[in-house]
Design a protein around this ligand. Structure first.
Ligand code: AHR
Length: 791
């Protein structure tokens, strides 16, 4: 019986190492999937300022999140008259008649219940104003679902002016689904606004702070930077929705609230000061993203620019951000920062302008003016431009050309792709121009939370380190998602009110980040297992229409069989798009597929599947992706959909006959898609191999430690024989390893396994590397040379 195959890994410390900027692995924070309100931001009261509106979600309003229990004619009305805060004017007015038994309770159950811990303290703050009558006291209580009071208190001596009433409540018992109750029982009227409840034990006990358990999970990642406030949120769905950093400063009650384009509400309680303080507490550099003077392009009418007459102010707003972050306290904005309790500058180094913006003249004009102003006034800031949502295509190419021309220091590339794409692209950055803009891989991830995804990302991170002279920063996205509120998956860290569930992807990020170096060493690998993906076998044609009816008046092949079918898709269930596999097939490797399709009803378009339909490997030409705005060619592989051609603007119109031709040659290596006789999309396979086994190495020049990182995403265990500068790696090394079934792991579930760490003794450089594993082997400095002054 033969043992595992031996793979020789040669780490060359003698060749010049590649300098890795010290900031490579960071995090991307966006208030998406309740990441901020109801998530990291530790506020426990939902809709604390009664500012929810139907813009957040149809049907939402000032009383969303609140229950009113009234007795004896007591009532509550919503008012904006004589507000406590003019920018957030909505408040409640409670009135009780002078009748025995009259009372009213306002009950808030927080974000799916409030978690209360026995012995812990909670900071309550309510703004109140006596309106008339003798009402002067409000009783408050934290109550468990059975009605047991966990803590009580009273707010009294109300005046006819708005006053904020703070109170610390100590819980006598625990509950995971508690409520906050405000009770009114005296005749008269009381106005109520901004009802806030925070645990005192936030991260670092910061007031208006963040959840300690979630922040600790971030701290463990050792992020070198934090990008905020996000991607799409930064430029917003319309100008009114654009994230304006100045509106997030100052007392939380006075920050303009807004709808969240992910379908809920932004309280702005987690604002720029809080983000910068969090960065400081995490030991990470702040990386704010401001809109490039245009809002999100995914609006029905496309992106809207800031009007010309407001551009000068907008540019000044961006310059003010740098002064606010870095200026001494004798500057206007530095003084504002000082007055907010942070006289020391934050040391801002990076500023991103724009996010995935569509590259057109308006964008280029707005971007150029902001970019040039920042670079002229603040040459010390590294400005980061944007090159579209995808790692290829028109926005990508034009964005890069523009960035080169304008000499933008760094650009933000995004890559949401399948594991296969990452394994195929491990050498992507090897050929990047070192003299042009550097790369910030601002959003990336392999579309899943399985071990195969984690391994693809481990390998890609190694490739990023190897190219650390051009890829300076990278942040996986999105960071957080709350269970039950997931608007985008996969995510790095799932959580609910009580638990934190880091994914396998998180552990891989953590393994890389805690075994970082500032120099990438050259590595040669001999004998590595290779991976052969079975050719996609043709299995048929399918049609998918979400919530509509598609009439295929003809489907035929131009091949030896000349098979034909006529089909009417009667699926009509908006909630359940079904893939209907047509009863036609071919045995030919090269074929043309003709489809004459009419959407009879429905607005979501339809998809023609071909190739290995019904298997995890096939192609799909989708008419009406991105809210019926594009036609896009996809490859489905390992269960994940990858765009393989640029989306082309197009809307499916019900009743219109679509004359579709798909020419396939080389078993899917070349695909040409025509609509009404015109070529719309073309794809030619790159033939890049999937590198399922890879090894990289870094050195930390401060400590002298060397780390070898090995990804084995195959089903073959191997014996690695590691040499460093031609000498076998010997002696004790610290091994961190994660391994397991490539299909294990799923969104919203706890990671099925976690990394293990141990000290192992290597002899002859030999170490066993299991199948489906990621391993880091850290050797502390072996050559500790005494410095001259140590004698
Ligand atoms: O990470 C989620 C979203 O993906 C970001 O908001 C956007 O930039 C990208 O399209």
């Amino acid at each position: 019986m033969t043992g595992p195959r031996e793979v020789r890994i040669d780490v060359g410390t003698k060749t010049p190492a590649t300098e890795i900027g010290g900031d490579l692995v960071g995090i991307f924070f966006e208030d998406l999937s309740s990441a901020a309100d109801g998530g990291l931001y530790a506020e426990l009261v939902r809709n604390r300022a009664f500012e929810f509106t139907s813009l957040d979600q149809p049907g939402w309003g000032p009383l969303t999140g609140w229950e009113v229990r009234s007795h004896g004619g007591a009532k509550v009305t919503v008012s904006t008259t004589d507000p406590a805060f003019s920018v957030n004017p909505t408040h409640l007015e409670v009135s009780l008649p002078d009748t025995p038994g009259s009372s009213l309770a306002l009950v808030n159950t927080g974000y799916d219940g409030i978690v209360i811990r026995k012995g812990a303290e909670y900071r309550l703050n309510v703004h109140l104003r006596r309106l008339n009558g003798s009402s002067s006291t409000v009783r408050v209580a934290l109550v468990d679902p059975a009605g047991t009071e966990l803590a009580t208190g009273a707010l009294w001596s109300l005046t006819e002016e708005w006053v904020s009433y703070p109170l610390v409540l100590r819980a006598a018992a625990s509950a995971v689904k508690a409520s906050l109750v405000l009770e009114f029982s005296e005749p008269g009227g009381i106005a109520v606004d901004h009802v806030s409840l925070f645990p005192v034990d936030t991260f670092r006990r910061q007031e208006n702070g963040v959840r300690a358990d979630l922040a600790e999970t971030l701290l463990d990642l050792k992020p070198r930077f934090v990008r905020f406030p996000g991607g799409c949120i930064a430029h917003g769905l319309g100008l009114e929705n654009m994230y304006r950093w100045k509106e997030t400063l100052g007392p939380v009650e006075e920050r303009r609230q807004n709808f969240n384009l992910w379908g809920y509400h932004q309280s702005m309680g987690l604002g720029y000061l809080e983000y910068f303080i969090l960065c400081e507490q995490l030991g990470a550099k702040p990386l704010p993203v401001v809109a490039a003077g245009v809002c999100c392009q995914n609006l029905p009418g496309g992106p809207v620019p800031i009007p010309e007459e407001e551009m000068a102010n907008y540019i000044q707003e961006v310059l003010d951000l740098v002064e606010w972050a870095n200026g001494p306290v004798n500057t206007y904005w530095g003084a504002r920062r000082g007055a907010a309790g942070h006289p020391e500058p934050f040391g801002l180094e990076y500023l991103a302008i724009g996010n995935e913006d569509h590259q057109n003249d308006t964008f280029r004009d707005r971007f150029t003016r902001i970019h040039d102003a920042v670079r002229a006034v603040h040459p010390e800031i590294t400005v980061i431009g944007t090159v579209g949502p995808s790692p290829f295509g028109r926005d990508f190419d034009e964005g890069w050309a523009f960035a080169r021309k304008r000499q933008v220091p760094m650009v933000d590339e995004h890559s949401y792709k399948s594991p296969r794409w990452f394994f195929e692209n491990l050498t992507r950055f090897d050929s990047y121009d070192r003299s042009g803009p550097a790369v910030y891989l601002g959003e990336w991830g392999s579309k899943g939370n399985r071990m195969l995804n984690a391994l693809a990302e481990a390998a890609y991170l190694g490739a990023l380190e190897r190219n650390g002279d051009v890829v300076r920063l990278a942040s996986w996205a999105p960071l957080f998602a709350k269970l039950g509120q997931v608007h985008w998956d996969p995510d790095l860290i799932y959580f609910d009110n009580e638990r934190v569930l880091p994914s396998l992807n998180y552990y891989v990020q953590r393994m890389h980040s805690t075994a970082a170096g500032d120099q990438a060493l050259s590595v040669r690998t001999d004998g590595a297992p290779t991976f052969e993906r079975p050719e996609t076998a043709f299995a048929g044609v399918s049609i998918t229409a979400a919530g509509g009816t598609v009439d295929l008046t003809g489907v035929r092949f131009d091949d030896a069989t000349g098979a034909e079918a006529t089909y009417r898709d009667e699926s009509d269930d908006a909630a359940a798009p079904t893939e209907l596999i047509l009863p036609i097939t071919t045995t030919a490797e090269d074929y043309s597929l003709y489809v004459r399709a009419t959407l009879i009803r429905g607005s979501d378009g339809f998809t023609i599947g071909f190739g290995g339909v019904g298997t995890p490997e096939h192609f799909a030409w989708n008419f009406g992706t991105w809210r019926n705005r594009h036609v896009t060619l996809y490859r489905r592989t390992d269960g994940y959909l990858d765009e393989i051609a640029d989306p082309v603007p197009f809307s499916v119109e019900p009743g219109r006959l679509h004359d579709i031709e798909i020419q396939v040659t080389g078993r899917g290596r070349r695909i040409t898609c025509l609509l009404d006789g015109e070529v719309i999309s073309e794809y030619v396979a790159t033939d890049a191999p999937e590198q399922r086994f890879s090894a990289t190495a870094v050195r930390d020049s401060a400590t002298g430690a060397t780390v070898v990182k090995i990804v084995n995403a195959t089903d073959s265990p191997v014996t690695a024989r590691i040499f460093i500068s031609d000498a076998p790696l010997e002696g004790f090394v610290t091994r961190e390893q994660i391994s397991g079934d490539p299909d294990a792991g799923a969104p919203c579930e706890p990671a099925p396994f976690t990394p293990t760490t141990d000290e192992i003794m290597l002899a002859g450089g030999l170490v066993e590397i299991p199948e489906w594993s990621f391993t880091t082997l850290k050797r502390q400095s072996s050559t500790t040379t005494a410095s001259p002054d140590q004698g």
